[in-house]
Ligand binder design. Structure first.
Ligand SMILES: NC(=O)c1ccc[n+]([C@@H]2O[C@H](COP(=O)([O-])OP(=O)(O)OC[C@H]3O[C@@H](n4cnc5c(N)ncnc54)[C@H](O)[C@@H]3O)[C@@H](O)[C@H]2O)c1
Length: 346
């Protein structure tokens, strides 16, 4: 640790919606100091910096890396910056937590993984769903063999139509939303993907399609179906509810094995709050805020990163190699939808 009596000094770049959540978690994790924050938007730096009494405040990543003795860095910046910024951090041999998607191309992902291996530091990609209790319980039953051979998995992640203008020019939905599900498939099935066939729709005429559907075959013959689109109407129950941002992520996972089947739905928590303006069904597992702090999977994920860095151990939960494999699958799905043909990965 950088002369800090065993306290891990972390620098966080990117203080938007999700960076602010990580800041809140990091600021009250034991043994961690949120030592520096960085964002080109001074109002974000002031807001997050003041909220958590952060001493180091910067407008650019390079300045933060030059100006601080950090033990690790969190990057929660826009998707198209991940590759260049990750390589900047890893060139300084600093452990890195990088939000999903790892990058926006497989080649960039390979470069990031190679840079982490060359630096010999822990690299963790933000696949928060692996740290959700329900998914973790399901994963351990599957890994124990309780489901028998897997037959098929279906994953759906449909989002509010009102959000699409924010994302439609930002990243292809396979990298933005379904990358979580691709990662879940790799984790639950534990086999490489052999081929994909995909279709997409572009109704809004933005840069990226507003719907994409893919059929995947894994090496053990398990079949997976991915669905993602941005057409959930504003009248749907809202499971993302903040003072300035609300809407719905309609995410479902279904597993069919020879012996058992299972399903998880992000909308079914049992909690429903009827308000004059909307019906809220707040998500309670991923990053719930209660008792003055953020808990759930996001806290587990950040704590796990800190433990890996502190103990110098490899993660048994979050695999950077799987994150890279996921990018290859996302890329093949986009190509398949564009070329309207099956893409073989092996
Ligand atoms: N794991 C999850 O479930 C999850 C959920 C939401 C977002 N994310 C990911 O988190 C990342 C950020 O998403 P968001 O929703 O917070 O986006 P956002 O647009 O709300 O915030 C991005 C922030 O990065 C800042 N920024 C821009 N350029 C920068 C630079 N060069 N250096 C430092 N900061 C810079 C922006 O000013 C902004 O404050 C994305 O990769 C996104 O995919 C992950």
């Amino acid at each position: 640790m950088a002369d800090s009596g065993g306290v891990l000094r972390i620098g966080l770049a990117g203080l938007g919606r999700f960076g602010a959540l990580h800041a809140s978690v990091l600021a009250d994790l034991p043994g961690v100091e949120l030592a520096a924050v960085c964002d080109p938007d001074p109002s974000r730096v002031a807001e997050v910096g003041d909220r958590h009494k952060v001493a180091g405040r910067y407008g650019a990543l390079e300045q933060m890396l030059d100006g601080e003795h950090l033990d690790a860095v969190f990057l929660v910046t826009p998707e198209d910056l991940h590759a260049a910024q990750a390589k900047q951090v890893l060139a300084r041999k600093l452990p890195l937590f990088l939000e999903k998607p790892m990058a926006t191309s497989h080649t960039e992902g390979e470069e990031i993984l190679a840079a982490a291996q060359a630096a010999g530091v822990h690299l963790q990609i933000g696949f928060v769903v692996r740290f959700d209790l329900q998914h973790a319980l399901l994963r351990s039953e599957i890994a124990n063999g309780d489901f028998g051979p897997l037959i098929s998995l279906r994953v759906k992640r449909n989002c509010s139509r009102a959000w699409f203008p924010t994302y439609g020019n930002r990243a292809h939905t396979m990298y933005e939303t379904s990358i979580h599900d691709i990662d879940l498939l790799l984790w639950l099935i534990g086999q490489p993907c052999e081929s994909v066939y995909a279709l997409e729709r572009n109704v809004s005429s933005m840069r990226y399609p507003d719907g994409c559907w893919a059929l995947l075959r894994f090496a053990d013959e398990t079949v997976a179906m991915i669905e993602t689109s941005w057409f959930v109407p504003s009248g749907a129950p809202a499971n993302v509810v903040t003072p300035d941002w609300h809407g719905t992520i309609d995410a479902v996972l279904e597993v069919v094995g020879v012996e058992r089947t299972a399903s998880i739905s992000l909308l079914e928590t049992g909690l429903a709050i009827w308000r004059p303006d909307l019906t809220a069904q707040p998500e309670t597992n991923l990053w719930p805020e209660a008792f003055g702090s953020i808990g759930g999977a996001l806290r587990q994920e950040d704590r796990h990163f800190v433990e890996c860095v502190r103990n110098g151990t490899r993660s048994t939960i979050a695999s950077a190699e799987d994150a890279l494999a996921g990018l290859r699958i996302a890329e093949a799905i986009v190509q398949s939808a564009e070329e309207r043909r099956e893409i073989r990965l092996r």
